[in-house]
Design a protein around this ligand. Sequence first.
Ligand SMILES: N[C@@H](CCC(=O)N[C@@H](CS)C(=O)NCC(=O)O)C(=O)O
Length: 208
Amino acid sequence: MILIGQYDSPFVRRVGIALRLYGIAFTHEPWSAFSDADKVRRYNPLTRVPTLVLDNGDSLIESHIILDYLDSLAPGGQAMFPSAEPARHQALKVAALAMGLGDKAVSLFYERRLHKEVSTVWVERCRTQITDVLGVLETDRAGRDSDYWFGDRIGHADIGVVCVLRFINDAHPGLVTIGGFPALAALSSRLEAMPVFQEISQAFIPPN
Ligand SMILES: N[C@@H](CCC(=O)N[C@@H](CS)C(=O)NCC(=O)O)C(=O)O
């Protein structure tokens, strides 16, 4: 398999970390959706990352869809979205909120970087959405005493939240005071210290 995209993207990073944790061999092509657009487009007409090229030549897009596919390859009981309810829908919700945060943080970045005239309405909307979602995730995580969000095994919900926190911090320094979200901060610093998070990691490179 080939994973296309840079690890400064929370969407690409969550897929890279999942591939490693599943022990699935892959080649990493750290192409930018902007400066390497022509190369990315060959595999994904949307010119977005992550794109996962399978061994049969098919390409998968959208990080959630890619993780769904990877979960289908995991040995029984090892998939990183829980299979039993209610944990399953709760984990899907946490992961969706985390990736929604990623979407808003990316959108806020593009607004400031790519638009000549920045819309204060859009900027304020993104900021409010980011802060509100972090508050909801903090309350949820603080109400759980397990090592990971859904028990004693790491899951896609943990990975997604930690990847997106790193992205917000790197792309929008000062936007969020992580100390205001202590349960998220604790999860993030513990997971970022894990070898897989250190390996599948990259400093933020703004698109040009
Ligand atoms: N919902 C997508 C979001 C992916 C995404 O926003 N990727 C960004 C990089 S962080 C991208 O490719 N941006 C270029 C574009 O959207 O045109 C996913 O989960 O994979």
